[in-house]
Design a protein around this ligand. Structure first.
Ligand code: MN
Length: 534
């Protein structure tokens, strides 16, 4: 049984005020849920305490943790919104109500899908912390799914894969995404799960011993060259992501090179590149497998250097090199940007109306590389409002404009976010994340609007293709540009992403969008250049 003390001990630099709030929320929840049990027969309090602890582990602040502890009170107990407001104030009430509203989001397959997603987004774009609490809630529900009635298990597990996993992925929350995927996998695809697990067992029955041995070799080499401030860990690929890869590779496990991965976490970006050199000197790299996601982060913000090597023992494994900060961001994503570091971040302001503090977070244009003018704005806002991914602010803007959900709104979300994604590559190995059905035109605009606007032709896997051909997972896409090339109306027939469609309409003068392309925050992304892969 998780205690309030345990949660408080997990919060970094908790002040007495923080501790008092968490204790008070804990006691309040305990009283409210008294006598309630879960399907497993354990006290209901175990569930909300687990959610509170998970939030603390993610680095969330005391008010988010308190809201996590209280998240089921309004829905499941006689406690009212007024009670929460009186005891805990507006901000915590806002979070609890946000989570309560989200519990009506259910995935029933394609029919009601869009409506559910819209609700999810409305709640999300009001405060991202609501979604983080909901993910922690879902994680604990998945951990205890075996006790739920069998007929409900499949729906909950599918909903996890169709809604929560993509959300966690887009928020860059790698750890919770992997946990949710692997918990849901056996329920949704029981046969495939058995098949993948058996394949992995057959290939790497004792992978931990193998990895441990290789780890010692690498640790020694790094210490020998006086790179002292580092840590290493390893992982075996998650079964669900292995399942997806195997489907693409005709179930040939020997062509999956990132089955085993070793992580090297160092203290600076310079040390990342230095470590890459040391690794390549120690073990033979596989050609064409170096990916520099530090110079070219993934769309969800992920940063790391990946390379695949063959060790002296013949083990093929991926090496992932990143700084501590990058590691923390890869594990917790958006949560790491709004994490509670010191009282100055979350606790500085007295509780005010949630909207006044939270709306700027949503509707503020976002860019990975802040411009000079954005830096001035920064001073007026708390640090945790900085790195909100573009898609969230875009959804927020769309929703703000369209008071009621229009068909276009639902279509945009469906196309951009929740339909399945494909990952294609630039010739230098950078990943571009696109919706299924995307064409080279979408790819070109995802790289940069200047590339899109001057697209002349395209090659997929080194073969010339039409601009309207559908891209597939893993394709390597090259765009040929010419100064004289320009968008035509026909491009609108096969551009799938709303970004590309907007840019094309803009270039054709079809709507009164921003006259200056540079007004769009996405333009601050670094223009393409050849990646520095040594
Ligand atoms: Mn719950």
């Amino acid at each position: 049984m998780i205690t309030a003390k345990q949660i408080i001990a997990t919060v970094s630099a908790a002040t007495p005020t923080d501790a008092e709030l968490i204790e008070r929320a804990f006691a309040f929840a305990e009283k409210a849920h008294e006598g309630h049990t879960r399907y497993s027969g354990e006290p209901y309090m175990n569930h909300v305490a687990a959610v509170g602890l998970k939030l603390a582990e993610m680095g969330m602040g005391p008010r988010t943790i308190a809201a996590g502890l209280l998240h089921d009170t309004v829905e499941d107990t006689p406690v009212t919104s007024e009670d929460i407001k009186r005891e805990f104030g507006d901000e915590i009430l806002f979070l609890v109500e946000g989570v309560t509203k989200l519990s009506s989001v259910r995935y029933y397959g394609s029919d009601r899908h869009n409506e559910s997603l819209r609700k999810l987004f409305v709640a999300t774009s009001q405060d991202i912390r609501v979604l983080i609490i909901k993910l922690a809630d879902r994680l604990h529900n998945m951990l205890t799914l075996e006790y739920v009635k069998p007929e409900k298990q499949l729906r909950i597990a599918r909903e996890t894969l169709e809604i929560y996993v993509p959300v966690a992925h887009r928020l860059g929350m790698g750890r919770i995404r992997k946990e949710l995927e692997d918990l849901a996998f056996p329920y949704v695809y029981p046969d495939e799960h058995k098949r993948v697990a058996a394949l992995l067992e057959q290939k790497f029955g004792s992978s931990n011993e193998v990895l441990e041995r290789e780890r010692k070799v690498l640790q020694k080499r790094l210490a020998d060259v006086k790179l002292l401030d580092f840590s290493t860990s390893f992982r075996v690929k998650g079964l669900y992501s292995l399942f997806h890869k195997l489907k693409r590779k005709e179930w040939d496990i020997n062509t999956v090179y990132d089955l085993l991965a070793m992580r090297v976490i160092v203290s600076s970006m310079e040390d990342c590149y230095r470590t890459l050199g040391i690794v390549h000197e120690l073990w033979r790299p596989l050609p064409g497998r170096v990916k520099d996601y530090i110079a070219f982060p993934k769309p969800n913000g992920y940063q790391s250097i990946h390379t695949t090597v063959t060790t002296h023992n013949g083990t093929i494994m991926e090496i992932q090199i990143r700084t501590r900060k990058m590691h923390h961001e890869a594990e917790f994503g958006v949560a790491s940007h709004i994490a509670y570091k010191a009282p100055a971040v979350e606790g500085a302001k007295a509780p005010v109306s949630p909207f006044s503090t939270l709306l700027p977070l949503l509707f503020r244009p976002f860019s990975w590389r802040q411009s000079a003018s954005a830096k001035i704005e920064e001073k007026r806002e708390t640090p945790h409002q900085q790195k909100i991914p573009l898609w969230i602010s875009e959804i927020g803007q769309i929703y703000q404009k369209d008071k009621a959900p229009t068909a276009q709104f639902i279509e945009d979300i469906r196309n951009d976010f929740f339909s399945n994604r494909i990952f294609v590559f630039t010739p230098t190995g950078d990943v571009v994340d696109l919706p299924v059905g995307a064409t080279p035109i979408d790819f070109a605009y995802a790289i940069h609007s200047e590339v899109g606007n001057h697209t002349f032709g395209s090659k997929v896997n080194k073969k010339l293709v039409q601009l309207d051909s559908e891209l597939k997972n893993g394709d390597i896409v090259e765009i040929e540009t010419r100064k004289s090339a320009a968008p035509t109306k026909r491009w609108l027939d096969f551009a799938k992403t709303s970004l590309a469609r907007r840019r094309i309409r803009n270039a054709l003068g079809l709507d009164n969008g921003p006259t200056h392309e540079n007004k769009n925050p996405e333009e601050k992304r670094r223009p393409p250049r050849r990646a520095g892969k040594n």
